[in-house]
Design a protein around this ligand. Structure first.
Ligand code: PLP
Length: 386
């Protein structure tokens, strides 16, 4: 079966009512036939749902679908993308361990690395996403995980998944990839050697700006460690949210194709705009890593980043002149969203930290939606004229 079909046809067992669309199992616990039945299920001797902090039918369906797409043995779902990232590190690392991460990571991930993990004596060094040698230089005897996002948020730089995975194998390290921008429809990091794939399902997996969610996909061995940590620390996703996300996956392929089509058209238009200094989009022929993009990704995805001619004032003027698109910090919605990362998602970074990953005051991130492409382009071009 093709992935598109699997996403539509993967379904938990029907109930006695023969429903077509799946019911939502809003239950915190499950019942047992006897004391013996309960004991054998609690001990794990008989696999079963016992409590929704551990497992739930809707959550199981969501995990099964995304694990199929990411081509991993197993997975775990969490309440948010950040809890997926946090849970991964907490489950796999101990005090004294070290992470080497791409410098170009989401603002809250940066906060974990610089403010929260050091409290547990877990340290992080940053490597430059584009420079493979800088990764090797940061590896120490305590390093356990190499971490990255590709394309990066919001700089739209690509990490070379194959080269980073080869480096990791050389030092017996794990590679964890936040695959949120690409979705497994466009990019399957495991094919290039990655060990752990993480998603903020809040973005393109939901795709309609309704709910938060996170996913961790990996081998049975790694997910067993994640499960042990998550069962007791409790970052569980609500069955209702898991149901929404599982339903959303039925349309992932058509949505991502259209997001990518609209985004490419917008990027091509912006490249010709006299008020734009630079446009970054993986499937633009002018993109410096165009060949790598074509190797790793099926299409460019829904996010376009551009630099307005000028600085902070021009950036703010652009945002204030937008009429139809939403001014918001989310991404991966049917609605086009424009964001000014320097003053919002990455405001917690120092100006030096922002500049080092290309988040200048004139950078605008567009999460290109599913409206008619002409309406998106007109709104953005008109705002650039103001
Ligand atoms: C690349 C990336 N990873 C992780 C997250 C965090 O996800 P969530 O908001 O679901 O916690 C975000 C949120 O914007 C993101 O853009």
């Amino acid at each position: 079966m093709h992935n598109e079909t699997k996403l539509i046809r993967t379904q938990i067992e029907r109930s006695q009512y023969n429903e077509h669309s799946n019911p939502i199992f809003m239950t915190s616990s499950y019942v047992f036939d006897s004391a013996e039945d309960m004991a054998s299920k609690f001990s794990g001797e008989i696999p079963a749902n016992i409590y929704s902090r551990y497992s739930n039918p809707n959550v199981a369906e969501l995990i099964q679908k995304v694990a199929q797409l990411e081509e991993t043995e197993s997975g775990w779902a969490t309440a948010t993308g950040m809890s997926a990232i946090y849970t991964t590190f907490m489950a796999l690392l101990s005090s004294g361990d070290h992470i080497v991460s791409s410098r170009s990571v989401f603002g809250s991930t940066h906060q974990l690395f610089t403010k929260i993990f050091p409290k547990f004596n877990i340290t992080t060094s940053y490597a430059e996403i584009l420079d493979i040698d800088s990764w090797e230089k940061e590896i120490t005897e305590n390093t356990k995980i190499l971490y990255l996002e590709t394309p990066s948020n919001p700089g739209i730089d690509l990490a070379d998944l194959e080269k980073i995975s080869i480096l990791a194998k050389k030092y017996n390290l794990l590679v964890a990839v936040d695959n949120c921008f690409s979705t497994p429809y466009l990019q399957i990091p495991k094919r290039f050697g990655a060990d752990i794939i993480i998603h903020s399902a809040t973005k393109h997996i939901d795709g309609q700006g309704r709910t938060l969610g996170g996913l961790i996909l990996s081998s049975n061995e790694i997910i067993a460690k994640v499960e042990e940590y998550a069962r007791h620390s409790g970052p569980a996703i609500s069955p209702f949210n898991a149901w929404i996300l599982s339903k959303s996956l039925e349309t992932l392929h058509v949505r991502i194709e259209k997001h990518s089509e609209n985004a490419l058209k917008l990027a091509q238009k912006l490249e010709q705009n006299p008020n734009v200094e630079l446009v970054k989009y993986p499937f633009l022929e002018s993109f410096p890593q165009y060949e790598l993009a074509k190797k790793q990704m099926k299409a460019g995805g829904g996010i376009v980043t551009f630099y307005i001619k000028g600085g902070l004032e021009e950036g703010k003027k652009f945002i204030n002149s937008i009429k139809m698109c939403s001014v918001s910090a989310n991404l991966g919605d049917t609605r086009t969203i424009v964001t000014h990362p320097a003053s919002t998602t990455h405001a917690k970074l120092t100006p030096e930290e922002r500049n080092s990953v290309g988040i200048t005051d004139n950078l605008i991130r567009v999460s290109v939606g599913l409206e008619h492409e002409e309406d998106i382009i007109n709104d953005i071009e008109n705002a650039l004229l103001k």
